[in-house]
Each structure stands twice: as C-alpha cells, then as structure tokens.
Ligand binder design. Sequence first.
Ligand SMILES: Cc1cc2nc3c(=O)[nH]c(=O)nc-3n(C[C@H](O)[C@H](O)[C@H](O)COP(=O)(O)OP(=O)(O)OC[C@H]3O[C@@H](n4cnc5c(N)ncnc54)[C@H](O)[C@@H]3O)c2cc1C
Length: 359
Amino acid sequence: MEKSDVLIVGGGVAGLTVAKFLAEEGVDYILLEEHDDFFKKACGEGVTPVLGDYTFFDLYESKKGIENVAEGSIISTKYGVMEYPLPNIICDKREMEAELARQATKKGGEIRMNTRCEDIAENVAFPQEIKFKICVGADGIHSFIRKKLGIKNPDIGVGMCGITKDIDKERNKCYIEFKKEVIPYGYSWYFPKKDEWNIGIGTTRVKYFKEYSQKFKEMHSNEIKWNGSFLPVSKPLKPYNGNFALVGDAASHVIALLGDGILPSMICAKILADVIIKFARNDYRNIDFSVYEERLKKEIYKHFLEGYRAYQVLSSIWFSEYLFHVFLKMMNRMAKKTNQCGCRFWHGFKYLTCSKSFI
Ligand SMILES: Cc1cc2nc3c(=O)[nH]c(=O)nc-3n(C[C@H](O)[C@H](O)[C@H](O)COP(=O)(O)OP(=O)(O)OC[C@H]3O[C@@H](n4cnc5c(N)ncnc54)[C@H](O)[C@@H]3O)c2cc1C
C-alpha cells in the first residue's frame, strides 16, 4: 500500500494553497483532484485584496492570472447608485489555480489530477489505497469528508456566471446590483476581466434561482456559456475531527454577505498548513487540530462572523427594497470611514451588526 504523511482531497484554491505551503517546508503529501483540469466551478473571480492581517498577494506570491484591478465598485439598487472606492482584483481563476499547483509541484509536492477519492476508512483513501497520517478535506461545498466526520452541512446559496465581451460599462470598476426584479435575496455582478467581463447572479434562496437565472440569461447574449454552482452561506463549521481537518468551502470559510471565498479559503489554508508543518516537525506525534480552530478563531473568524451577521440583517430587510437601499447607503458611508483598504463594502456593516443593541 502507498503511504503519504498528508492526504489532501480537492484541488481548488483551498487544497492547492495548503499544498503550496506544505511543499515549501518539504512536508510529504499527495493531493487528489477529481477533475482533469482546474476551475470547473462557477465563480465571479473577484478577489478581495486584504482581509484582517492577510493580503492576497502575500499568499499567492505571483501575478499570473491577474487580469485587472478595479479601483472600486458601483453598487446599485432600484432606488439609486453608490460608489465604493476600494479595489477588487479580478483573476482568471483557472490560471490562478494552475499557478498555485505549479508553485506546489516545483517545490516537490505531488498533485494527481483526474483522481477521485471515493471513500476513506481507517486512514486509507480508496480506491487509490493511500495510507495517511493526516487528511485535509478541501473537497468543496459538498465535501464527502465533512459527511464522514459527522459535521453538519452549511446553508447554501446558488449562483451562475458567464464570460462575455458584450458589456458597455467602464472597465476600471466592478458593478454589483441588488435588485429584486433581477434576483431576490442576492445580487448580480459585472466584473471586468482583461478583455472580457465575468457576469452572473447569485441568491441565498435556492427556490428563486431557476426563474431568475433564466431571465438573466435572456437579458444577455445567447452565445454566453453559463456555469452554475452552490456556495456556503453559514458561519464557519467545526473544522476538524481527530486527524482530519476541513478547509475552504468544505468548512464554510466564506464571507457570507457577498459569497467571497477565494481569499478567505487561502487564509484558512495557510493557517492549516502552518499547523500541519508543526505536526510534521514533531513526527506527527500528538496531532491535535484544536490548535487549528484556535488560530482560525483568533485570526479570521471575526471577519466571517461579521459577514454572516451582515448577511442576516440584509436578508431580513429584503421585503422592502427602499429600506434595503437606505441601509446599504448607510453602510457604504460607514465602510468608507473605516478605510479598510480592499475589503469591499461589507466592512461598513460591522459597525451596525456588531453592535449588541442592533442584533
Ligand atoms: C457562482 C459563484 C460565484 C462566486 N464568486 C466569487 C467571487 O467573485 N469571489 C470570491 O472570493 N469567491 C467567489 N465564490 C466562492 C469561491 O469560488 C469559493 O469559496 C472558493 O472557490 C472555494 O474554494 P475551495 O477550494 O474550498 O472549493 P472548490 O473550488 O469547490 O474546490 C474543491 C475541489 O475539490 C474537488 N473534489 C471534490 N470532491 C472530490 C473527491 N472526492 N476527490 C477528489 N477531488 C474532489 C473538486 O473537483 C474541486 O476542484 C463564488 C462561488 C460561486 C458558486
């Protein structure tokens, strides 16, 4: 039987970031990815540049696949338009994941594409028959490893996106529209890539998706190839059990308000890699992933919880688009004052949503 100290299941941004940082320290691992190529999932490809003490470029360490940096976002509702001046990086996510994989393999890591892990029993992955000391579940929203660990599923939202050249808007801005007639309990986006646009809609109420996604398709060129996917919209889940750890969508590592998961997944993946590297140096004696959860709580959970509270507050006032607009405007004004470069407009929400009197 084959042996590997660490088995990573899932080669999305979370699994690949764990792989990259483990490879840098020479930790022995195998990553299994079921697809034959990266980025099969729908994504708006907009990346928050900064979250807490982490920056995207410090973690990514490359410019490959970075297509544009929009200097701000235009947010609109039925009742008006507001500008949010913080930047947003637009990437080619396939290229970005391929680059993370390149960095990982260059440093000696092993990534096996087109290899689906079907089951895990007694620290062995099947059908590959790989025996491991640690397993990382980076297998996305429908994580089978999470199910194996008996950790509850997150609440889910759903979205769809497509790539088009056919948008007549300024290319130095991202556009986010909260409009009930376009999609209730969610938003539509127009993110400027290098020569094209990533456009799409997402909602946290799955029941509206079929009808409104059809309307959205009809609003745009019928040459667009649409791609749909689910995303978690919960607070972070318990991220470990025994010698198994979860990261990324598998553990609901997202800013629920806007469904941002790229930078959050990378941050959690870096923290997880740091923890595993320490275990490796101690020859995998006394593996205790509560250390991972403690670091997540200390370094990043507050951002997840703020985003989740903001999402709950906004969901509760969707019944009135006017109230929604007034609320957004107020939040946007506060967000500008926080001067939290790069964290998109949701930063403003924390002032209201963290106030005990408000919740
Ligand atoms: C419509 C939509 C738009 C979004 N837009 C944005 C955005 O603009 N900005 C942003 O920051 N976030 C966005 N997100 C969220 C973001 O895409 C995710 O949070 C992020 O990609 C999560 O990465 P991950 O590696 O955890 O999961 P995934 O990207 O889902 O990767 C999991 C990987 O595991 C593999 N896998 C699963 N099961 C197995 C198995 N049994 N064996 C082997 N491999 C397996 C899958 O093939 C997949 O490659 C969006 C999400 C959606 C759905």
